[in-house]
Design a protein around this ligand. Structure first.
Ligand SMILES: [Zn+2]
Length: 176
């Protein structure tokens, strides 16, 4: 029995530690790896998901730099809290509106075109499902683009794990 429990368990999470380059912190993106300061640059990197972050040490902010998503977190001393100050509520609503229009307008146009000018009846009886198929494909392709943007923006852990798994699968062994 010993009273010095801290020395027995060096990997315990940091408690009330301010953000600096001398310590490691849990990664706010994958919530699995740890971020640590990169050599010679004022940036952090995650050992697991490999995202790069820049830091605002006076305000204890961390900003994700290697994706289009303007994600920011504030370090409270023991955990990260989301600080999406870059994207306001109004602009997020506008983005959702654009996303919805991007899916619905082309689908409606294709449907309208097929409805207004239906294909000529085929003497063999086939080909009547083509307009429906084309409309469905338009909806699917456009909604998958919007869906991909959503996954990138919200950085859903399951999506990140899958993305990393695929990246590592196709990565040459020597660059690991
Ligand atoms: Zn990570």
């Amino acid at each position: 029995m010993t009273n010095d429990k801290a020395s027995e368990q060096p990997d315990l999470p940091i408690l009330r530690q301010s953000l600096d380059f001398d310590h490691r912190y849990p990664c706010p993106v994958c919530r699995y790896g740890q971020i640590e300061g990169l050599f010679l640059v004022d940036a952090f990197s995650c050992g697991f998901c490999r995202h790069i972050f820049t830091v605002d040490l006076p305000h204890q902010y961390l900003r994700l730099e290697d994706t289009a998503a303007p994600l920011q977190w504030r370090w409270t001393g023991d955990r990260w809290v989301s600080a999406r100050s870059v994207v306001t509520e109004e602009s997020l609503l506008l983005l959702w509106g654009f996303g919805l229009a991007f899916v619905l307008v082309p689908t409606a146009l294709v449907w309208l075109a097929n409805h207004t000018f239906p294909p000529l009846p085929n003497p063999d009886g086939g080909g009547t499902s083509f307009p429906l198929l084309w409309t469905g494909l338009t909806f699917l392709s456009h909604s998958s683009i919007v869906g991909w943007f959503c996954l990138e923006y919200y950085q859903i852990p399951l999506y990140l794990m899958l993305k990393l798994y695929i990246q590592r699968l196709f990565q040459p062994v020597f660059s690991r």
